[in-house]
Ligand binder design. Structure first.
Ligand SMILES: Cc1cc2nc3c(=O)[nH]c(=O)nc-3n(C[C@H](O)[C@H](O)[C@H](O)COP(=O)(O)O)c2cc1C
Length: 218
């Protein structure tokens, strides 16, 4: 099937794009309003894009009534937010936080989450999250009235002691399993892993390594 985007409705574009680019990580974003009321909401149009500068990107749509989501309003106001990664321990809380909670109430209370101080910013992180990225607003790109890209500069990372090897400072893969968003209401966990270093040109040209010689060893 070949699809031209100009022929697709907004709903179908979402359906196809979100179903083909999978899995996507989910960032549970904490932010606060000018009165200090905390907001938490999950976003799967999310990823890390570079390390210098250290940039994460969030893609935000509008609420059903067309108004800006609380996360966008808060980030515009305070210029800070935390992206908390989601594993099994906070999966239920993540789903509760995706509900359209009124702006004058906090998802944190409904979800039974606990906040903890951040290291580098004045917005708190979720204490139960395995990893939290403390971000300062880098740039907002308003693509349309209903779509914004938020670029955040990561100022600090919190990693739960249980998932990191203190000697090597590496994440222990068996202990870190962030949720993967698929499409619609579907989610997944990470499956088998395999390792393969980037081939050198010597391997490809001189030693004649072929695509078929590279297999997954999981
Ligand atoms: C797993 C998951 C991923 C989501 N990803 C996005 C997303 O990338 N962009 C978006 O605008 N909304 C996304 N949503 C919907 C928001 O979480 C939802 O609109 C939330 O109520 C926004 O809250 P806020 O108004 O407090 O910011 C997602 C929901 C779920 C459950």
């Amino acid at each position: 099937m070949d699809l031209l985007l100009e022929d697709l409705s907004t709903q179908d574009r979402y359906k196809f794009l979100s179903a083909v680019v999978i899995p996507r990580p989910v960032g549970l974003v904490t932010s606060k309003d000018q009165d200090g009321l905390y907001n938490a909401a999950p976003f799967s149009f999310f990823n890390v894009f570079s390390e210098e500068p250290a940039i994460v990107v969030l893609g935000l749509g509008a609420k059903h009534n067309g108004q800006a989501k609380d996360t966008l309003k808060n980030i515009k106001t305070t210029k800070q937010f935390v992206v908390n990664m989601v594993d099994k321990s906070i999966i239920g809380a993540m789903h509760i936080c995706s509900a359209e909670v009124p702006s004058n109430e906090s998802e944190i209370d409904y979800a039974g989450l606990t906040l903890a101080d951040s290291q580098a910013i004045n917005v708190q992180r979720i204490a139960q999250a395995p990893v939290s990225l403390e971000c300062e607003l880098f740039q907002i790109m308003e693509l349309t009235e209903r779509r914004s890209l938020i670029l955040g500069k990561v100022k600090a990372i919190h990693i739960s002691d249980e998932i990191i090897d203190p000697a090597t400072k590496r994440i222990i893969p068996e202990k870190y399993s962030p949720i993967a968003r698929l499409y619609g209401d579907y989610y997944a966990w990470l499956g088998d892993r395999y390792t393969k270093a980037i081939p050198t040109m010597e391997e490809i040209e001189r030693l004649g390594i072929k695509a078929g010689d590279i297999t997954t060893n999981s």
